[in-house]
Ligand binder design. Structure first.
Ligand code: DC
Length: 222
């Protein structure tokens, strides 16, 4: 049986940073499902396809081959990772990610990846929908202010001119949209371990997660 680790939580809770480190420790492929929703948004905006044009969106996804190499998303053979975190994508992604037809297609791609590789996948619906039978499930949280500070520092480090207040507002709005959408809203799976990352550093979060995985491994091989 393949090993799979699900990490869910709101924007900026540290999911991708943590997932990349845990992936290296256990030799897992890191699948950033948010990047896949962002890639659809990126292409849809480029081609001027609005979220209510379902047919055009389905056609668009059909022509999108997505895979991950060294933690980065390649779309039709091109690394588009840097474009995916730009503010215009962040602002629009919730609208595209709430479309049933888009989700059905991306969930199918994500499940295919989990059949081919041992994976660690992060997103909003991994433990509840995509990998219901994941070997391990985690739900990462942090206060909106802490998450906004992390995003702000990340974008400033990339040389972008951004305002903390508008990032905080966007995070609060995205939390609301992601948690209240009709299809596969952001929720903690009943069997997920919740880790509040407010005020603790990356190493401490990784330690908690690895401790849990190792303990369960030990238990299952006893
Ligand atoms: O993790 P992120 O911020 O890059 O995700 C971008 C958006 O995609 C987020 O607003 C919600 C959506 N998303 C989702 O609906 N389901 C997932 N599994 C991953 C992301």
């Amino acid at each position: 049986m393949r090993l799979s680790v699900a990490i869910d939580g709101p924007a900026g809770a540290g999911k991708s940073t943590i997932a990349k480190i845990v992936a290296k420790k256990y030799n897992l492929m890191y699948i950033n499902t948010g990047a896949m929703y962002r890639a659809v948004t990126y292409k849809a905006l480029e081609k001027d396809i609005s979220p209510d044009n379902i047919e055009a969106l389905c056609d668009l996804i059909k022509d999108m081959e997505m895979h991950f190499e060294n933690d980065e998303l390649y779309l039709n053979g091109v690394n588009i990772n840097d474009q995916l975190t730009l503010p215009n994508i962040s602002k629009n992604v919730s609208a595209y990610a709430s479309i049933k037809e888009v989700r059905v297609r991306l969930v199918a791609l994500q499940r295919d990846m989990s059949k081919k590789y041992d994976v660690i996948m992060d997103g909003r619906d991994i433990g509840t929908v995509v990998l219901k039978d994941a070997s391990f499930k985690f739900f990462l949280t942090a206060s909106p202010e802490e998450r906004a500070t992390r995003r702000y520092e990340e974008l400033i480090a990339k040389g972008l001119e951004v305002q903390y207040d508008s990032i905080l507002k966007e995070i609060i709005q995205r939390d609301y949209l992601d948690s209240n959408r009709e299809i596969d809203p952001l929720t903690k799976a009943e069997d997920a371990l919740e880790v509040d990352t407010t005020g603790i550093n990356i190493e401490q979060v990784v330690e908690k997660i690895c401790e849990y995985i190792n303990k369960e491994f030990e238990f299952s091989t006893r």
